[in-house]
Design a protein around this ligand. Structure first.
Ligand code: GAP
Length: 514
C-alpha cells in the first residue's frame, strides 16, 4: 500500500528532523538496524519506561524490579535453549543475492491472500449496503472460502514443517506457493538453513571456546538466574513477579522497518512466578492487564488486537501477542507467554543448584511456573509516534500543519513557555513561570521567531500546552494557554496553569485508572 509506505517514510523523516531518532553512527553512513534516540526521543522513551515501571512495581505490591547485567555466564544460554534453538530459518535468492527469513516470506504471502479476501468483502459490502451479512458472505462466497482454505492449509503445513524442523519442506512450500523474491522477481532459491540470532564476543584476553560469551537476546534470563536471590532477600511469597528494563541484542536477518526490528533494542519484561497448575489462570489475567495498560493511553481501542501463536517458542505452553495497527499493518508490540518451569528447571539442571520454592501452604518444594509479559520499548515508541503523526489543514487559514498527537502523559515536552517579545521584562516573567513548573513538568523556553512559528515547532514535537506571556501578563498575572490538538486558546490566571496541566499530563492520574 503505497500510501501507508509514504506515511511511514514521512514519520521516519520527521523523527530525524525533530530530534527523536537518528541512524546510529550516521556520519559513517550508519549501521544497519541500529538507532540512536535524540533529545525528544529519549524523553518520550523515558516516559514510556516510567509508565510501565510504575504500573508494575507501584500498582502491585508483589512485583519488584531489578537491573541485571547484559553479560551472563555462557551456560545460561545453553540452559535457556538459546544456543540450540534461538534460530530463524533463512533463505537466499540466488539472483538478487538478498537474504530473507523463510517464515516471513510465507507470512507475507498469506497476508496478500488475506488482503484479497478483504477486498472481496469490501466490494460485496458496497454492493449489498446495509443488508450485508459479512459472516454469511465469508462462509458462502466460493472465491472467499477458496482463499481461506488456501490460507489454512498453507499455514498448517508451514507450522508442521517448522515444528519438525523440516527445512526441506519449508523450501518446498515456498516453491509450491510460487513465492518470488521481491527484488529479482525470480524463484531461484537456495536451501533453507537455520541461523542463530545471538551475538557473541570474547571475555578477557584469551580467545578460545571457553571465553565466548553472548550479548543477551532477552532480559528474562537475568531474572531467572536471580530468582532465589530476590525471593529470599525480598521474602517474596508466590505468586510474585520480578521485572526489569534493559537492552537486548539479536542479529536479525531481516532488519528493516525502522525501529520495528533492530539489532540492539530495549525490553521491559516481567516474570510472574506461580504455583504449577495455576499458570493458565495467571496467563489470562496478565493478557487482560497488559491490554488494559495499552488502551489506557487513549490511542484507540480498535488499534489493538490479540494474536495467539501457532508455533510456540521452545519454552512456552501458551503464547499470545498484543498487536498494534502500525502503518505497515497489525504487528506485535508485546508478547505474553506461559513459560512453564522450563527456564528455572533447566537452570537447576545446568547449574546443579536447587532452584525451588518452599510453599508453606502445601508444605512442599516445587519449581515455580512462570508467566511472562515482554514488551519492546522501541516498538511501543513506534506505535506511539506513528499513531500520533497527523497532517491536517488548519481551518480558516488553509495552512497545513504537522502535529504529533502523543498521549499528553508521554509527550517529551509538556509545556512551552513563550514570551511574546524579547524585551519589556517578558522573558524574565516567562522564566519565573517556568522556574515554578519545571520541577513537575518538562518545560521548554522559546523566544525566537513569531508566535505562529513557535506553535508549529511545538506541534511538531507533540507539546500539549503552550503559554504566551504578553504585556497583560505583567499587569494581571494571566497568560494565554493554547491547546495542541484543538489549537484553542484561552486566557487563564498563571496560578491555574499547574492545575490544568496536572489534569492532563499526570501519570499518577493515569495509573489510578488501571
Ligand atoms: N523474553 C521473551 C521474548 O524475548 P520475544 O517475543 O522474542 O519474547 C519480546 O520479544 C518483545 O521484544 C517483542 O514483542 C518486541 O516488542 C520486542 N522485540 C523482539 N525483537 C525485537 C527486535 N529485533 N527489535 C525491536 N524489538 C524487538
Amino acid at each position: 500500500m503505497a500510501n501507508n509506505e509514504d506515511i511511514f517514510k514521512k514519520i521516519i523523516a520527521h523523527c530525524k528532523e525533530y530530534g527523536f531518532i537518528f541512524q546510529s553512527s550516521e556520519i559513517y553512513d550508519g549501521l544497519s538496524a541500529v538507532y540512536d534516540y535524540g533529545q525528544n526521543g529519549s524523553e518520550l522513551k523515558n516516559n514510556i519506561k516510567k509508565y510501565w515501571w510504575d504500573s508494575m512495581t507501584r500498582l502491585n505490591d508483589n512485583i519488584v524490579g531489578i537491573d541485571a547485567a547484559i553479560f551472563m555466564h555462557p551456560r545460561t544460554w545453553e540452559a535457556s535453549g538459546h544456543v540450540g534453538a534461538f534460530n530463524d530459518p533463512l533463505i537466499d535468492n540466488k539472483d538478487s543475492k538478498k537474504r530473507y527469513r523463510a517464515d516471513v516470506l510465507i507470512e507475507e504471502h498469506l497476508e496478500k491472500i488475506e488482503a484479497k479476501i478483504n477486498k472481496e468483502v469490501e466490494k460485496a459490502a458496497g454492493r449489498f449496503g446495509e443488508k450485508f451479512d459479512e459472516k454469511m458472505f465469508r462462509q458462502t462466497n466460493e472465491r472467499v472460502s477458496g482463499y481461506q482454505q488456501k490460507i489454512d492449509t498453507t499455514k498448517a503445513r508451514f507450522v508442521k514443517a517448522l515444528e519438525n524442523n523440516d527445512l526441506a519442506d519449508v523450501k518446498q512450500l515456498i516453491i509450491d506457493e510460487e513465492i518470488v523474491c521481491p527484488i529479482s522477481g525470480t524463484k531461484n532459491w537456495t536451501d533453507v538453513r537455520q541461523f542463530n540470532l545471538m551475538f557473541s564476543t570474547q571475555l578477557g584476553s584469551v580467545s578460545d571456546e571457553a571465553s565466548t560469551i553472548y550479548l543477551r537476546p532477552e532480559t528474562a534470563q537475568g531474572i531467572f538466574v536471580n530468582f532465589l536471590n530476590v525471593q529470599k532477600t525480598g521474602r517474596m511469597k508466590i505468586p510474585f513477579g520480578i521485572c526489569q528494563i534493559g537492552k537486548a541484542f539479536r542479529n536479525e536477518i531481516v532488519a528493516r522497518q525502522f525501529i520495528f526490528r533492530m539489532r540492539e533494542f530495549e525490553q521491559m519484561e516481567m516474570q510472574f512466578f506461580v504455583k504449577p497448575g495455576t499458570e493458565m489462570e495467571w496467563y489470562n489475567h496478565w493478557k487482560e492487564v497488559r491490554m488494559r495498560w495499552h488502551k489506557s493511553l487513549g490511542m484507540g481501542d480498535e488499534k489493538y488486537r490479540f494474536h495467539d501463536h501457532d508455533k510456540l517458542a521452545h519454552y512456552a505452553n501458551a503464547a499470545a501477542d498484543i498487536e498494534f495497527n502500525l502503518p505497515m499493518g497489525f504487528r506485535e508490540i508485546e508478547g505474553i507467554h506461559s513459560r512453564t518451569d522450563f527456564d528455572l528447571g533447566n537452570h537447576e539442571k545446568f547449574s546443579g543448584k536447587k532452584i525451588q520454592y518452599f510453599d508453606t501452604e502445601l508444605n512442599k518444594n516445587y519449581v515455580p511456573y512462570v508467566v511472562e509479559t515482554s514488551i519492546g520499548v522501541d516498538r511501543m515508541f513506534l506505535s506511539v509516534i506513528s499513531n500520533a503523526y497527523t497532517e491536517e489543514i488548519v481551518e480558516g487559514t488553509g495552512e497545513e500543519r504537522v502535529v504529533l498527537k502523543i498521549p499528553p502523559v508521554l509527550a517529551p515536552v509538556k509545556l512551552a513557555v513563550l514570551p511574546l517579545t524579547k524585551k519589556d521584562g517578558l522573558p524574565e516573567k516567562a522564566r519565573e513561570i517556568m522556574d515554578k513548573l519545571k520541577f513537575d513538568f518538562n518545560c521548554q523556553y522559546e523566544e525566537k521567531d513569531s508566535i505562529g512559528k513557535r506553535y508549529r515547532r511545538q506541534d511538531a514535537i507533540g507539546t500539549p500546552f503552550c503559554v504566551t506571556i504578553d504585556h497583560q501578563t505583567l499587569e494581571d498575572n494571566t497568560v494565554t494557554i493554547r491547546y495542541r490538538d484543538t489549537m484553542q486558546q484561552e486566557r487563564i490566571p498563571v496560578d491555574k496553569l499547574e492545575f490544568i496541566m496536572e489534569e492532563k499530563v499526570s501519570m499518577k492520574k493515569l495509573l489510578r485508572t488501571l
